[in-house]
Design a protein around this ligand. Sequence first.
Ligand SMILES: Nc1ncnc2c1ncn2[C@@H]1O[C@H](COP(=O)(O)OP(=O)(O)OP(=O)(O)O)[C@@H](O)[C@H]1O
Ligand SMILES: [Mg+2]
Length: 379
Amino acid sequence: MAQIEPKLERNPAPTVDNGAYLSIVEVRKEFDGFVAVDDVSLDIRQGEIFALLGGSGSGKSTLLRCLGGFEQPTKGRITLDGQLMNDLPPYERPINMMFQSYALFPHMTVEQNIAFGLKQDGLSKSAIAKRVGEMLELVQLGKLAKRKPHQLSGGQQQRVALARSLAKGPKLLLLDEPMGALDKKLRSKMQLELVNIIETSGVTCVMVTHDQEEAMTMATRVALMDQGWIQQVGTPDEIYESPTSRFAAEFIGSINSLEGKIDEDRAEYVTIRSPALEQAIYVGHGISGYEGQDVVFGVRPEKVQISKSEPHQPHNKAQGRIEDIAYFGSHSVFHVRLPSGAKIMSNFTNQQRWASEGMTWGDEVWVSWDDNAGVVLVS
Ligand SMILES: Nc1ncnc2c1ncn2[C@@H]1O[C@H](COP(=O)(O)OP(=O)(O)OP(=O)(O)O)[C@@H](O)[C@H]1O
Ligand SMILES: [Mg+2]
């Protein structure tokens, strides 16, 4: 088993200073020299629903398992409510992990499943009955208390698993791909139900997902993971509107990424030369860059306008041809090919006025965006 650094053991530092309830400090996990989690530090506040989001193999589950005590970090420190967790086995941590398969006991009824952990703890019959009643109410399954798991829908099974996880009143709830076993429609319904239940119970929650929509819908804050690293931490809104790297910009939602070099670098504006466009891109605020620096300019499709006539603005416009229109019910995405070969995507809700203007495949159009519509990313 890995050694904990002695200095850290003697000093199970208070975590209250920065408002953190769960503190993850430089946690690293190696498997035979392969670094699955690379010195991750995160501070999570009480009552948060915090999502670890990333692609396959980015280290999300490994980090979650370190929190639950199912993996021992190679190095680093985990404290919860001021208590060092590192040396506690999973069953002594005030933490519960809900597994993707739910792992319900098939031969037990709903209420027996929920009561299981409480019985093991030796609670009195009346205390167990009271707590099970509370949990059934929380997940609204009172009417199904006598059913067995195979007599429940996927969403109901998930709520039983959640009730069982919360029965003992853990300080921290861990969810690994909680929607993994559900189909798409049920997923979005359960995402909101789960958030409701978690918020009502007040438990602090760390969840793992590879689904950006799920993270954005459910979480108060998101940590974007890549190759064991945290690329960015922020509210869903912050990560979407102000990504700090090309990876973050492209992982969340879709974005037009134009590579180029900084041409003019001023305090109040920056221009970027990109082979994709004839005109230099004009950004209406300064950045901490330098002339000649390689950058990527990113602009979200919903911030790109399309028009048949030339826009009045002096910058940030280009002529091209509509090559593709993808219809998504609530909105459509227009793909406009520029003379350089670059493609610019532009979103429109299907209620917007252009819809009646009859723009269609092959039309010559202008794309344009405001001076502050995009982000300049240096990596
Ligand atoms: N017990 C183990 N032994 C060796 N390597 C492991 C072990 N567990 C995980 N890994 C490796 O660590 C890396 C991170 O794995 P992890 O399961 O944390 O990824 P993940 O982000 O949860 O991915 P997914 O979305 O596919 O579940 C992977 O490359 C994986 O192969
Ligand atoms: Mg995983």
